[in-house]
Design a protein around this ligand. Sequence first.
Ligand SMILES: CC(C)(COP(=O)(O)OP(=O)(O)OC[C@H]1O[C@@H](n2cnc3c(N)ncnc32)[C@H](O)[C@@H]1OP(=O)(O)O)[C@@H](O)C(=O)NCCC(=O)NCCS
Length: 178
Amino acid sequence: MNLILPVFEKPPPIIPSQEKTLIMTVLMTPDMANFSGHVHGGSLLKLLDQVAYACAAKYCKSYVVTAALDQVFFRQQVNVGELVTFMAHVNHVGRSSMEIGIKVVAENLRTHEKRHTTSCYFTMVALDEDGNTVAVPKLTLETEEEKRHFAAAEMRKKLRLEMLEQTRALHNDLNEED
Ligand SMILES: CC(C)(COP(=O)(O)OP(=O)(O)OC[C@H]1O[C@@H](n2cnc3c(N)ncnc32)[C@H](O)[C@@H]1OP(=O)(O)O)[C@@H](O)C(=O)NCCC(=O)NCCS
């Protein structure tokens, strides 16, 4: 008897895309509350910094530090008991710096209602073991959305560095007046 056996082709190798996103979900507990019973801005900032660190370090596989944080806009209050999801993405890379955009969504566990409560941009810088800045991998832009994010982040980087220069000049002027 002739048996015709199916031929199973070897599946194509999975080429991992760059690790440029990170999602973290945290339950808001009473120790995070401020005097009004809502979640303290500082508690959220700490979590945001941790998410930015993890997203950047995972992407570049180096130690990273926070260089700057801008455009933190608390659109709505977050309540104790809500489940908060931080969605982070590497928007842009320079030589050693990365812009990490984070969107924060709070979910009421009883109604399942979700609210976009915060968005912000962190600049993280990669350092080597001696504490010197180190080059990070080039960002592969795979979708139209990623290209848009990259272009917007490039503009923000330019504005950020211009603002830094102007602030330094202002400080120098003030120091000269003393
Ligand atoms: C961030 C830090 C490493 C930059 O050092 P530096 O000597 O200014 O280094 P460089 O001038 O080579 O800049 C390195 C990168 O940081 C960026 N950068 C530096 N200062 C910045 C700022 N204030 N805002 C945004 N980006 C900044 C530069 O644009 C550059 O990006 P690129 O390499 O992609 O072009 C240094 O300022 C530092 O160690 N700061 C303390 C960080 C810290 O303690 N964070 C809190 C705890 S993690």
